[in-house]
Design a protein around this ligand. Structure first.
Ligand SMILES: [Zn+2]
Length: 69
């Protein structure tokens, strides 16, 4: 019998379902971690982000906007 099989109390690698390695938790290897990271990145950053770039590019500071009568 091979008793060396460690019980993974937590979970297996979400990528390939191999036992999780503590060094790459919750993945089994850096490769799987990278794979997941890439998935995550492409999933999140594929969504167009609203750019709030010209927020203060319209009005000049010191304009007479606050001088309403
Ligand atoms: Zn894996």
């Amino acid at each position: 019998m091979n008793e060396i099989v460690r019980k993974t109390s937590a979970a297996n690698c979400p990528i390939c379902s191999k036992p999780t390695d503590v060094a790459f938790k919750p993945f089994c290897s850096k490769r799987c971690a990278d794979i997941d990271l890439n998935r995550w990145l492409s999933g999140v950053y594929a969504v167009p982000v609203k750019e709030i770039d010209d927020e203060d590019g319209d009005k000049l500071p010191g304009s007479d906007e606050g001088d309403k009568s």
